[in-house]
Each structure stands twice: as structure tokens, then as C-alpha cells.
Design a binder for this molecule. Sequence first.
Ligand code: SAM
Length: 558
Amino acid sequence: MNFMENETAQKLRGGYYTPEDLAAFLSAWVLEISPRRVLEPSCGDGVFLSALRASGGTFDLEITGFELDPEEAGKAKERAAQLGLLSCTINSSDFLGWAIANERGDEARFDAVIGNPPFIRYQYLPAPFQAKAEQIFRTLSLPFTKHTNAWVPFVLASVRLLRPGGRLAMVVPAEIIHVLHAQSLRSYLGEECSRLVIVDPEVLWFEGTLQGAVLLLAEKRRDANQKLEGLGIYEVHNREFLRMDPSKVFSTPKAMNGRTVAGKWTRALLDQETRDLLAEVEMHEDVHSFREVAKVDVGIVTGANKFFLVSDEVVRRNGLTKWAYPMFGRSEHCPGVIYDSEQHLHNARVGNPTNFLWFEDDSPLKEKRAKAYIESGETEKLHTRYKCRIRSPWYKVPSVYATEIGMLKRSHDLPRLILNEVGAFTTDTAYRIRAHAHLRAEKLVGCFYNSLTALSAELEGRHYGGGVLELVPSEIEKLMIPLPKAVQIDLRKLDRQVRSTDSADTVLAENSQPILGALGLRTDQKDLILHAWRRLRNRRHRTTSEQDIEHPLPTTSN
Ligand SMILES: C[S@@+](CC[C@H](N)C(=O)[O-])C[C@H]1O[C@@H](n2cnc3c(N)ncnc32)[C@H](O)[C@@H]1O
């Protein structure tokens, strides 16, 4: 968990500035519609002012800028004066408050909005800013969540302030494509904009931050009759696109509408052929959504894992054998698709926490060493922790049961189901999964390991800076899982293969053959799905910044 006091001042105000060449590209695109009034909602030291001027913006372009940090606002004002921007007003104040207070008529709206809104977690915003962020959602009748981030209400308010037919060009976090908390924004953009394009780079554009950024180009719908084209994604491998005409970049990607714009935007990362194939495969009678074939529950929540999940040595030393039950919870403790007694013994031998302490009643208080163990927890104030203090006694963990299948929340390459042969418990790092009555657990585990399911996990899941894929239960329920009747997967063999490889690609390709083959897919179609999965997995793993590339291509900065 990140704490506010550990964050840098730069991070807390979301102060990562836009490189000049990207600012110039975005400026050139909005200037194509010859705007009269432009808004820069969080202008920093004013890089977009220079970019607008350098890209052909006139001296009398009416620019309204906001910047909360007075020093940076001062620099922006100075820059505007030096550039001779006569009609530029920089407000050293909060943009969101102004947006709420200036809910004026259509004639007061902007022709264009440009910028790079601050990336600040909602919990880190001072209370008055939190309230304003929430109010922006309320004004637009959009569902609000405290998982939001400052950039989301900034973009919402900006689109709101744009006149019909106006353009918004912004640097936004790459997570706009998939995070659940941005769903309100995706829906709003989808409804309000006639066309949306994301410029998606292969490498990170900002040094010193793991946060990937993309460019968002959006054109606001002229009127209710204008057709909604939806969203297109323009992938770029380097900065060569900056030499192109921005309108070409905007018009090139084939946009898609419907479910892509309504939900996550990840499907737009696929080419048309793959999207069509997925739509076709989804309709196959042997392809199910995960929720149709299994139930997903969160793992056991102990409230104090170090106390309740312990090694054999701790059990022995404290006389806790009576209350110790087998458990697993880490990927490295379960490297295959079967958790069997051999793996469990191995984990125990190397000192992993393989025991879950389940005190169902006050029996531990009746034995000296066990009682001392409970008291040691109290000395550490574990009984005052939220999850512990709301139950009685505090050391009795609720909702304890094991399922035949487990699934770790996080994965590097792809999620896998694990057949839980020893009936081990799993805690909150894993989910508990039960196949529905008509389906054998072995079949579900074996068939889950295929490129179609892996691809749907990339489309439904979320990932953060480090590139790890995470799925929450509502996302798992949406996964596509092929279960052809005739297919029998040799689970022992699959387990051996998964354990013995560093890269999932080969095993995934091999195990997908019979499963996707039984759906009637041709070799080229199976390859298409595998390739799409690999591309999205690699995109998620991208952590390279341009500075890491030995011979970067020349840039087009002004
Ligand atoms: C990501 S930086 C971008 C600055 C500039 N637009 C650029 O692209 O280089 C975001 C800026 O927003 C400012 N900021 C943060 N909260 C703000 C608010 N409520 N109103 C106006 N500016 C804000 C920060 O101080 C920071 O300078």
C-alpha cells in the first residue's frame, strides 16, 4: 500500500510535464478547426502555450489556462507575455471549482481543450477537491467511485465545456483504456463524441514514472443526428508519427462502436480480423462465459496474514498442530496447474507458510503454548485491526472453506486455474472457484489454459505500472472459456509443461491446439488468437522508456 507521506511533491500535484513535440502534435490537431477560444485546464509552466503559438496559433487566440501551483502559474503567465499571446488569461486557481461555478450557456463554451491533466489518486486529494471531483460526476449524472483519479473529472469537465463540434486533445494515462473507475468517463466520451482516437505508444513517454501515457483525440458530436463512429486506436512504435499530418492520424484507425465504447476499450487494441473472429467464436455453443460454468469467490480474509499463515516450524514451536490446515497463496508456491501433496510437502520443507491457523472456538486458550501464541498476537495489537476487531473472538477467522479449484489474483503471463488436490485453503491472494455441477473440475482447469481465454483475460483484466495482470471476480465471470465436449486434456502433462517452462507461449500454443481445434478453428485462426494474446501481453509488460532504447529515432521537436 502507498502512503501519502511517502509520495513526492511532484507526484502529489500530478506535475509531469508534456514533452514539446507531443504538445506540438496535439496543438496542430486542434488548430485545424481554427478555434477562437481554447482551454488549458492544468497548464503547468505553459508548454501548450508555446506549442499552440509554434503550430500556427495567432497572437489573439483566446486562451484560458488554470494552474493551481502559483509558481508554475507565474511561469505560464510570463511565457504567455513573452510569446505575445495578447488574449491569454492564466488563472492561478483550481480548474474543477471554476468548471462547476461556470456552468454557463452554450455560447460560453470552448472550441478546443488541450492539455495534460494531473494524475493524483482520489485519496490524496484534499477534502474540498474530493468534493468537487464528486460533484463533476453528479452534474453529469454519472456513477461516481472513490477509486477515481483527478484526471478523470478533469477530462469530464473539459468535454462538458467543449462546444458541439469542438476538439479535445490531451495526454492521459494509458489506464483510460481498461480501469473500471474510468468507465463513467469512457461511456460519457462514447456518447458525447462523434469520433475518438487513442494514440498508443509501444514505449513509455514519461521518464521517472511507471504510468504509461497515451494521447486522446476527441471530436465532440455536432448534434444528436451526427453518427457516432466510436473509438479507434492508433499504435505507434516510435515518434515517427509526429511527422505526420495529425488529421491523418485521427482518421486512419478503423473505429469501432457498440460494446467497445460502452465497456472497456481494450477490444479496440485488436485488428478488425481478430475482432470479427472473436465475435464469431463467442457465439459458438461450446464457448461459455466463465459465470455460466463456475462460481468465483474471494479467498479467506484473515486480517493478519503473518499471524494466521505460518510455517511448520511456527506450528511446531507453538504447539499449534491441532489448529493447522494446509494452505497455499503465492504463485511461486504453486508453479503448475495442480496443487498436490508433493508440492505441499516441498513448500513445507523449504519453510513457506503452508499452514492456515483456524481457531474455530476458544480451545487454544486451554493449552498453554497456544494461549501464549494468541497473546503474542494481542501484544502486537492484532486484535485492534479492523478485520479482527469486528469478529469475536478476534482470532476466529470467518468464511473458512476450501474449493476444488483456486486461482491467483495476479499473473505475469496469463491466469491459470489450479486443481486443489489437497483441499488446501487459500487466502486473499487467490480466488475460490467451484465448477458448476455438470462440469468436472479437471476439465475446467485443463480447458482454461488456452489462448482464447488468455486473450479474453487481457481484454477484461486490469494492469498497473509493473505490468502484472489482475482480475477481480466480475472480470473473471466475463472470461470466454471453450469447453468442447470431445476434448480431454491430460492435466498431469499440462502441469509438468507449465512447471518446466519460463515462457508460457509454447505451452499455451500447444494446449490450445485441441481445444480451439475442436471448435472448428483453422490453423490461421488459432494463430490469430495466439498472436493477439501475445501482443496484448507484451503491451501490458511494456516498461521500456524511450531513454532505454539505444538508438532512438530522431524526434520532431520544435
Ligand atoms: C501533468 S501536469 C501538466 C502540466 C502541463 N499541462 C503540461 O502538459 O506540461 C498537471 C498540472 O496540473 C496542476 N494541477 C493539479 N491540480 C490542479 C487543479 N485542481 N487545478 C488546476 N491545476 C491543477 C499541477 O500543478 C500540474 O502542474
